[in-house]
Design a binder for this molecule. Sequence first.
Ligand SMILES: Cc1cc2nc3c(=O)[nH]c(=O)nc-3n(C[C@H](O)[C@H](O)[C@H](O)COP(=O)(O)O)c2cc1C
Length: 214
Amino acid sequence: MSDPKPADRFEAYRDVPLDESTVSRDPVIQFQKWFADAVESGVDQPEAMHLATSGKEGLPSGRMVLMKEFSSGGIIFFTNYHSRKGREIEDNPNVAVTFFWKELARQVRITGKATKVPGSVSDAYFQTRPMESQVGAIVSPQSDVIQDRKSFDEQFTRELQKYGTSTPVRPGHWGGYSIIPSSYEFWQGRPSRLHDRIRYRFEHDQWVTERLAP
Ligand SMILES: Cc1cc2nc3c(=O)[nH]c(=O)nc-3n(C[C@H](O)[C@H](O)[C@H](O)COP(=O)(O)O)c2cc1C
């Protein structure tokens, strides 16, 4: 017999309930299991996550970023510390993250606090990036208004040539954040929109799970 078609395989996820009695007691392990399912199923960019921040005024803003690490130590992503998100995290470290794996009918929502990772962690990751990305991080005043594309490209090319074969050093305005989660919600799409939602929240030094209405 031939393998099931991807659409059938994905649809099968909707038939499997998400249940308080079968989820891991540890949300990190539960996330890692679902992330592995997404990778194994060939979901495009499963590490792409929506990150919501809000600054002093309490106005929310959202954008996609790429998760580079997920462990009990936190969720790590890299960015420009002077960008809009960086400035907002500076004012208010509370953030919300959402993953959506359409093909598996799964969503994971996480809230937590973001803090900068140690400089040594950012240095190590920066060195793994291609030269163009390193120079881009150096020259781009991310989220600022700039004059036009042409002058930005010229500045980028000048900077790239300046480095030649030498290795750029990570600029202080670029690095990682680690988000320490305080709640998770695992959402499994089910038939007739009667979805399964299991929330974890941290209470008295342990994770408590509870079921939310669809
Ligand atoms: C799939 C995807 C992944 C992205 N990953 C990152 C990332 O890891 N870091 C980053 O700074 N911007 C990333 N971006 C760009 C951001 O969405 C955003 O444009 C940029 O960070 C500026 O956001 P801000 O002005 O809200 O700070 C990504 C965009 C997309 C569509």
